[in-house]
Design a protein around this ligand. Sequence first.
Ligand code: SAH
Length: 292
Amino acid sequence: MTSALKPRWATPDLHAAIKDHYDGLIELYEDLWGEHIHHGYWADGEPDPGRHAAQVRLVEELISFAPVPRGARVLDAGCGIGASSAHLASTLGCDVDGITISEEQIRRAETKAAEAGVSDRTAFRLMDAMHTDYPEGSFDVVWALESCELMPDKKAFLAECFRVLKPGGTLLVATWCARDDKLTSDESRLLDRIYRDFVVSHVLPLDQYRDLAGGLGFEDVRTVDWSGQVQDTWKLSTDIVKPVVRDPSMIWKLVRAKGMDIFRFLNSVPLMKQAYERDVMRYGVLRATRPL
Ligand code: SAH
């Protein structure tokens, strides 16, 4: 297997780096990226709704694909600052537990949920999604939006999802994927730079996720590749980043506040764009059911 399809770090080092990344860059993400820390979705042939609306559209497309039933009890595994949790709570009346390994994200998610009036339907906790303390069969839906690529042990993560789902419950995973397991050394190097800048463990081809889920006993496993629908995220994001780079006062403010991480952050955007253009990275979505 291509070396880039294996964990890049030992798990404790990765988790320390993830905490550092998301704690340290929390405002930068929110200012530049918005509250949804994930790709947008641009439907073929429709007018561009703008980046933030495209991110909400992705969430709505995922809700339909899963599907997420009204009033479901949901685990938002790798919840960021809780944008999906709040959306599921407010639009579908779901009861959502969001977990993340960044304390700053928990604080911010709680504040934002209060502002959105969904504190009674959401709870945010510091927890590793590969080993949670939830009793078996706790949730109707496990929702993992762009967090699986950060998990070093994909099988442990999917097995934990299976365990905490109720029989008949639904797993939804949207994650960065590799095209296949036959990447050239140049392509592997590109992925490795992305792993470093986004503190990603590693990506896998979508069919490997399907096999893993099937092997764990999930039923009705369905996958879809949305690379074509999401890759404009990076086109637009490059446009966002350019003015920041060109405005020295903004950049110095950011460097003072965030140190050199800001350069990595800005540099990583063209890398993602390139990864899609060269068909090294793809965007995969998987839904599966825990059998009754
Ligand atoms: N799903 C959110 C955030 C995506 S960013 C959104 O779409 O807005 C990735 C998130 O995964 C971060 O919140 C990070 O802390 C979390 N994460 C990474 N590894 C994790 C782990 N092992 N357990 C729980 N959360 C994890």
